[in-house]
Ligand binder design. Structure first.
Ligand code: CS2
Length: 440
C-alpha cells in the first residue's frame, strides 16, 4: 500500500500538527529535490505546527517528472528520516500540497506564481540552474529556453502586475556566494530583455534576500525506502534521509508576509554573508576536497574518507588554517567550534553520503568553495597546501574512469588530459582565468 492522507500511521511517527486541508499555498518552490524536502519544507511544516497559517508549498520540477510521480499520488505527503549517532527518527511532512512539472504544465506553474495567496517563490535549482556565463552574467539564450526558471518567474511576475497583485520575495536557497544579490541581478537582466516594462515594478515590489542553507541530504536509495516502509507500514516513494543537524540563516528583507520561521529555529539576520562564506568555504570546500581526494583513494562515502588518516589532517588544515582565516566572522560566530562540528558531521556513520554525489558539477562549485580562499592567501603571498592537493585530486578525477557529471564535462576532460592541465585550468588564458576567478 502507498502512503496517502488516508494512511493510519504508527504512533512512533510524528505527524503534521495542523490542519493541512485548510492551508492556502503561500510558497511556490522551484526545484523540489530531496534537499528542499529535508530542509525548507521541514521548517515550514514546523512553522505551521507552531500556528503560522497558509504557508502550504506548491513544488515545481522544471524538467523531471520524478518527484511529481513520487508525491502527487501521496497527497504531497512524505517522510523525513533523520540518522545520527544518537539514533534515528521518522516524521511525516505535510507542507507540500502538490508538485507541478513545468515541462508538462507550464501554465499551471505560471498560475501558481501569479496566485494571490503566493508571497514567496523559493529556489533550489543547484548552481548550474542559474544559467550564468563564466563572467557571471546571464546566459540569455539558455534563459529563454523552455526549462529556465527565468521564463516562469518573468511570466508569473508579469501576470501578477497585470492583476494588480503585489510583488514577491524570490528566495534563493542554493550554495552560491551572495545568492540573493546574484539572483536579483540575473532576474533583472532577463526582465530588461524580455519584459522591459517590469523592471521598475520588480525593483519596487520584489525582494531577493540572501540565505545560507545547511543540511546534509544524501540521495535516497532503494534500501532507504525499504527500511522506511518497514517502519511506516506503507510505501513512501518520496522519502528523504538526512542528518539531525539543520541550519537556515535568512536575510530579513521580504517583499510581503513570510512564515515566522524564526519560531522554529531559523535565524533571521541583517547580514547573511559571514555564515554563507563560512559554510561555502569550510563545509562545502571540505566536502569537495573529500570527494576528489576520497574517490582517488578508493573510498565511496564521506564517513570513510574522513576516517582515512591520510586525508583527515588535510581536511582539518583546509578548514582551520586555509578557509577560516579568510572569513570575517559575525559576533558570536565561533569558526573553531564550527570546524569541530563539521568534522563530527562528516564522520556520521549513519549517513551513506556518496562522494560521487558531491563530485558532480565541480566547475560550478569550486569557484566559491576553493578559489576565493586561494585568492585570499595568494594576495598575501601564502600557499594553501590542502587546497592545492584538492585541485590536483580534481584533475586526477577528471582524468580517471569516473563518469564526469558537469555542464563543462567535455571541456574539463580535454583540459585535464593535457600534461600541463594545472596551467590550462589555472594559468593565464586558462579556464579559470576566462571568467572563473572570484573577486576578492
Ligand atoms: C554538498 C552539499 O553535494 C554537495 O556539493 O557539498 O550538497 C552539502 O551536503 C550541503 O550544502 C550541506 O548543507
Amino acid at each position: 500500500m502507498r502512503l496517502s492522507a488516508e494512511t493510519p500511521l504508527p504512533a512512533s511517527v510524528q505527524a503534521p500538527g495542523y490542519d493541512r486541508a485548510s492551508q492556502a499555498a503561500g510558497i511556490a518552490h522551484i526545484g523540489i529535490g530531496a534537499f528542499h524536502r529535508a530542509h525548507q519544507a521541514v521548517y515550514t511544516d514546523d512553522a505551521m505546527g507552531a500556528g503560522e497559517r497558509d504557508w502550504g508549498i506548491v513544488g515545481v520540477s522544471l524538467r523531471s517528472p520524478g518527484v511529481a510521480a513520487q508525491l502527487n499520488p501521496q497527497d504531497g505527503l512524505y517522510t523525513v528520516s533523520t540518522r545520527s549517532a544518537a539514533g534515528t527518527g521518522l516524521r511525516l511532512i505535510g507542507a507540500v500540497q502538490k508538485v507541478l512539472v513545468a515541462a508538462d504544465e507550464p501554465q499551471a506553474v505560471i498560475d501558481a506564481i501569479a496566485a494571490s495567496p503566493t508571497h514567496i517563490v523559493s529556489f533550489t535549482v543547484t548552481e548550474k540552474g542559474y544559467l550564468r556565463r563564466s563572467d557571471g552574467t546571464l546566459d540569455l539564450d539558455a534563459a529563454k529556453g523552455p526549462s529556465s526558471l527565468y521564463r516562469f518567474i518573468g511570466a508569473g511576475l508579469s501576470a501578477r502586475k497585470a492583476k494588480g497583485l503585489p510583488g514577491l520575495t524570490l528566495l534563493s536557497c542554493d550554495n552560491l556566494a551572495n545568492n540573493g544579490a546574484v539572483l536579483k541581478a540575473l532576474m533583472r537582466q532577463y526582465l530588461a530583455v524580455e519584459y522591459p516594462v517590469l523592471v521598475d515594478w520588480f525593483d519596487r515590489e520584489c525582494r531577493c534576500p540572501a540565505t545560507m542553507v545547511d543540511r546534509i541530504v544524501p540521495a535516497t536509495t532503494n534500501a532507504d525506502r525499504a527500511a522506511i516502509e518497514a517502519e511506516l507500514g506503507v510505501r513512501d516513494e518520496g522519502a528523504v534521509v538526512t542528518e539531525g543537524f539543520s541550519q537556515w540563516v535568512i536575510e530579513d528583507d521580504f517583499a510581503g508576509p513570510r512564515p515566522r520561521w524564526e519560531k522554529v529555529g531559523a535565524q533571521l539576520v541583517a547580514d547573511v554573508a559571514p555564515y554563507e562564506t563560512a559554510k561555502l568555504r569550510m563545509l562545502n570546500g571540505a566536502h569537495s576536497a573529500l570527494a576528489y581526494i576520497g574517490l582517488g583513494a578508493g573510498h565511496d562515502y564521506v564517513y570513510q574518507a574522513i576516517a582515512d588518516p591520510a586525508i583527515r589532517p588535510l581536511i582539518e588544515r583546509l578548514m582551520r588554517d586555509e578557509a577560516a582565516p579568510t572569513i570575517d566572522a559575525a559576533p558570536g560566530q565561533d569558526l573553531a567550534a564550527y570546524a569541530d562540528a563539521l568534522m563530527d558531521r562528516f564522520a556520521n556513520p549513519a549517513l551513506d553520503h556518496r562522494l560521487i554525489q558531491i563530485a558532480m558539477d565541480g566547475s560550478q562549485k569550486i569557484p566559491q568553495r576553493w578559489l576565493e580562499t586561494l585568492a585570499w592567501h595568494q594576495a598575501r603571498g601564502a600557499r594553501c597546501s590542502s587546497l592545492e592537493a584538492a585541485i590536483a585530486a580534481w584533475i586526477a578525477f577528471l582524468r580517471s574512469d569516473h563518469p564526469i557529471d558537469d555542464p563543462l564535462a567535455d571541456k574539463l576532460r580535454a583540459v585535464a588530459a593535457a600534461t600541463d592541465a594545472m596551467q590550462m585550468l589555472f594559468g593565464e588564458g586558462g579556464l579559470i582565468a576566462s571568467g572563473w576567478r572570484p573577486e576578492i
